[in-house]
Design a protein around this ligand. Structure first.
Ligand SMILES: *Cc1c(COP(=O)(O)O)cnc(C)c1O
Length: 355
């Protein structure tokens, strides 16, 4: 089995309207300029000033004691689980969470963690559902160690955990003596949509990370935050996994740039997502989920066209969307403008009319 990602088919035009993912954003000239000017050192030797500036800024933003720079969000999750858990420990998350569905089983492979997925609408669950998952503390049951939540919930349609519900599930976990961890790949989308500062949003979390390669538009990097003790231990796992970098300041500068310029503008992506959903609702046979942030999920089952066929037809016009089972996902980000959204609605209507 070949696990390498497929290359684009020969002859397909380059993406003109790229709704595939907010990971597809390209660094702007201004961001590259900030990277060019970055002061750098040896990150794993502890003397890259730009990486330190990014970590200090992120710790302050999240209201945590310390932070660590890592190459990707996936590595943040695996480092966090390795640090919070011992082999055999149980981690409780939503059944559609990224750690369960999309990280190659790394948490079992590396941390020996047992991942349990809870049911719940839009990628979230209630304190009652979590309470029902508490096991007796006997030698028979796996030791329960960690609650994991995703903000926003990706496969939940980019849904935002209401702060009260987030705090309520964290309280259940802490009451049992478990730790709490947030996959904050799109945390700033949630904060902008809800109008809640990040530190307040994550106050009930023992650890949290933010991805810079999603809507924030940087080419690489994610930062994991937590207590000084937690981040001190996380450094050993970063080293063991080969995540320690050298002149990491080159990319940390892009992340700092994105915090200055690309956070508030996420509101535009949310507006564009709502416009896309409104447009798609007018298309016969399409059933659209209400977008809360920058992700728009829609079902085309009633049109008789399959998701891969629609993707192919759109790709021939330079429009990329992603397929998630029988749902289509369109993702808004800083390289997609309001006129492009209108264009995309027209192209989708036409492609489906042919079905
Ligand atoms: C993208 C994503 C990740 C993984 O982040 P990478 O930087 O791509 O490794 C984890 N969780 C969620 C919810 C994501 O959307």
């Amino acid at each position: 089995m070949d696990h390498a990602p497929p290359r684009p088919p020969a002859g397909a035009p380059p993406a003109r309207i790229n709704l595939y993912s907010d990971t597809q954003t390209k660094p702007t000239a201004a961001m590259k300029d900030a990277m060019m000017r970055a002061e750098v050192g040896d990150e794993q030797h502890g003397d890259d000033p730009t990486v330190h500036a990014l970590c200090d800024r992120m710790a302050a933003l999240m209201g945590k004691e310390a932070a660590i720079f890592l190459p990707s969000g996936t590595m943040c999750n695996v480092v966090a689980i390795l640090t919070h858990c011992r082999p055999g420990d149980e981690v409780i998350a939503h059944k559609h969470s990224h750690i369960i569905t999309s990280e190659g089983g790394g948490h079992c492979a590396f941390a020996g963690a047992m991942l349990t997925g809870l049911e719940g609408e839009r990628g979230m669950f209630t304190p009652e559902t979590l309470r029902a998952a508490i096991r007796p503390r006997t030698r028979y049951a796996p030791p329960q160690a960690l609650l994991e939540v995703e903000q926003t919930a990706n496969f939940g349609g980019g849904a935002v955990w209401p702060l009260e519900q987030l705090n309520a599930v964290a309280a259940v976990a802490h009451n049992e003596g478990w730790s709490t961890h947030m996959d904050g790949a799109r945390l700033m989308n949630a904060c902008v949509a809800a109008g809640i500062p990040a530190a307040e949003m994550v106050a009930s979390m023992d650890s949290v990370w933010l991805d810079f390669t999603k809507g924030l538009g940087a080419p690489l990097g994610a930062v994991l935050c937590g207590s000084r003790e937690f981040i001190g231990q996380a450094w050993r796992w970063k080293q063991r996994l080969g995540g320690s970098m050298r002149q990491g300041g080159i990319v940390a500068a892009a992340c700092l740039y994105s915090l200055d310029h690309n956070v508030e503008r996420l509101a535009e992506d949310h507006t564009n997502a709502k416009a896309l959903a409104r447009g798609l609702r007018q298309v016969q046979g399409v059933s659209v989920e209400d977008p809360e942030t920058n992700l728009v999920f829609f079902d085309i089952g009633a049109t008789g066209m399959t998701v891969p066929r629609l993707q192919e037809k759109l790709a021939m016009q330079g429009i990329w969307v992603s397929g998630m089972g029988n749902r289509v996902r369109a993702c808004l980000h800083l390289d997609v403008t309001a006129p492009m959204v209108e264009d995309a609605v027209g192209a989708i209507r036409e492609a489906l009319a042919a079905a």
